[in-house]
Ligand binder design. Structure first.
Ligand code: PMP
Length: 356
């Protein structure tokens, strides 16, 4: 129930469901929120500790060191990069800044797009998927709306090719096209190479997945200098110090240990493909994931039953009761080999019990 002091424009908000991330999940195997099961690199820990000594000073509002580093990684200028408190904050700025003509995004995708559209009063069209894939031909008549595509998409785990992304960019020169690459490191091709060619392209990235920093909240955006300036003006108006010094240091520490990130990505991909095969043997329909999670449904046991039974065994996966067409699916984050071994044993029991 709202207080009598709340502005009426906020009386019917639908906040993002963070119930999967709460403290009460301690002691559970957490395969429900697509984090990395691996702790941050030792270089992150050292850099963060060092930064904590300077917490009496405000942090660098430009994140200059991080911007320099990322710019050189992708052959861009630092003035093409802006950081957010998680890529969620970047997405918020994008919905605020560039959706005067509305937005368009897949009807099954990251739920935050819809939440932000509603919050900012942005008129949006949910574009259907075709066999669970984003089909560029469905984005030919969006009339200047800003297009948001997660590549790979969540929760479906499927990736688009760069030529499909180019098809969307070329058929919508009057639209901004935002490619959310939260999961790109696990098997898709980044659109960053297309930046010099398309002035309507915006790419968002995060340190939350492959770089094990979900709790530090660090994401970034790569686009033209002009668009970056617009986003920075909004950021510097609302939250100039949005990335605290420890998080900036954590990000730098992670970028200093790309070898560690690479090893973790390789491990997650190996465990993912192994888990996928095992689930298929048990009668699951599992999509070909390019991410750090699997999207799967069983031929006979309902998604809800699988979710509920695993929960009794203190294993959390993500079940979607909405929209209805994915109610039989669950999204399973890839954990450590040990966690996935336990998961597979329990799920085998669930399926066999059901058959008896
Ligand atoms: N985009 C997608 C597709 C996601 O799944 C997530 C993670 N929930 C995010 C963006 C946001 O990640 P973060 O704010 O942690 O960078």
């Amino acid at each position: 129930m709202m207080s009598k002091f709340l502005h009426t424009k906020y009386s019917s908000l639908t906040p993002y469901d963070t119930s999967g991330e709460v403290e009460s999940m301690k002691g559970y195997i957490r395969l429900n929120t697509n984090e990395s099961p691996f702790p941050p690199s030792p270089k992150v820990l050292a850099a963060t500790l060092e930064a904590s000594r300077g917490l009496n000073y405000y942090c660098d509002p430009e994140c200059s060191q991080l911007a320099g580093k990322i710019a050189s990684m992708y052959s861009l200028k630092p003035s093409q990069i802006v950081f957010g408190n998680g890529s969620d904050e970047i997405l918020n700025f994008l919905f605020m800044a560039f959706c005067e003509n509305g937005a368009a995004f897949p009807n099954i995708t990251y739920s935050f797009y819809k939440i932000l559209a509603k919050f900012h009063g942005v008129d949006y069209i949910p574009v259907p998927l075709k066999n669970f894939r984003v089909d560029p031909s469905y984005y030919k008549d969006v009339k200047g709306r800003t297009i948001f595509i997660a590549n790979p998409n969540a929760p479906t785990s499927l990736a688009m090719s760069l030529s499909e992304i180019e098809e969307i960019l070329t058929s919508n020169p009057e639209s901004l096209v935002v490619i959310d690459e939260a999961y790109v490191d696990f098997g898709a091709e980044s659109a960053v190479t297309l930046l010099p060619k398309y002035s309507n392209l915006v790419i968002t990235r995060t340190f939350s997945k492959s770089r094990s920093l979900a709790g530090a909240r660090l994401g970034w955006c790569m686009t033209s200098e002009e668009i970056t300036k617009d986003i920075k003006d909004i950021k510097n108006t609302l939250t100039p110090y949005n990335i605290n010094s420890m998080t900036q240091a954590a990000g730098l520490g992670a970028l200093d240990d790309e070898e560690y990130t690479r090893r973790n990505i390789d491990m997650i991909r190996m465990v993912r493909d192994n888990t996928k095969s095992r689930l298929r043997e048990m009668g699951f329909d599992v999509m070909d994931s390019s991410t750090n999670f699997l999207f799967a449904k069983h031929e006979t046991v309902s998604g809800e039953e699988i979710f509920n039974t695993l929960k009794k065994y203190r294993i959390m996966i993500r079940h979607f009761s909405n929209p209805l067409m994915i109610a039989d699916y669950n999204r399973i984050t890839i954990g450590t080999p040990e966690q996935m071994q336990i998961f597979l044993e329990v799920i085998k029991g669930v399926i066999e019990n059901e058959k008896e």
